[in-house]
Design a protein around this ligand. Structure first.
Ligand code: FES
Length: 138
């Protein structure tokens, strides 16, 4: 994971390269999530998919909990965690216990009621990620 980077409007940005195992796990937990299809507008249209990203391997998120604004901690590995025995990787907000998967999708029974936000972004080249702009906002 790269970040958190206080890169956009004073908010931390998380950039995560997801493993093949993490990508395979995403559809297996849809029934545990509040908005698995990302129907709420917490991401640009190009990130309205199960990966919530342009490139399935790379997740770009605003690292702020939609509940009351704490910054969730990355818990990226697929392994048992104290807060979830069957953890598939993602983010945990210790302030009030919200859980998010490795696409920033919020779990059921979390205090947060929305997925984490995906900022506008695009790839200028294969190695340069621009955050805060895209073809819609340029
Ligand atoms: S601020 Fe994250 S759960 Fe309340």
């Amino acid at each position: 994971m790269l970040g958190p980077i206080p890169a956009w409007r004073g908010r931390p940005i998380f950039v995560v390269r997801r493993t093949p195992e993490a990508l395979e796990a995403l559809p297996t937990i849809n029934n545990q999530l509040q908005d698995p299809e990302s129907n709420q507008p917490e991401q640009p249209d190009y990130a309205r998919n199960i990966y919530r990203s342009r490139d399935p391997e790379v997740l770009v998120l605003i690292g702020v909990c939609p509940h009351l604004g704490c910054s969730p901690a990355p818990r990226l590995a697929i392994r048992p965690e104290p807060f979830e025995a069957n953890w598939k990787g993602g983010f945990f907000c210790a302030c009030h216990g919200s859980k998010f998967d490795i696409a920033g999708r919020v779990y059921n029974n979390s205090p947060a009621s929305r997925n984490m936000e995906v900022p506008p972004h695009y790839y200028e080249t294969d190695n340069v990620l621009v955050i805060g702009e895209d073809e819609e906002t340029a």
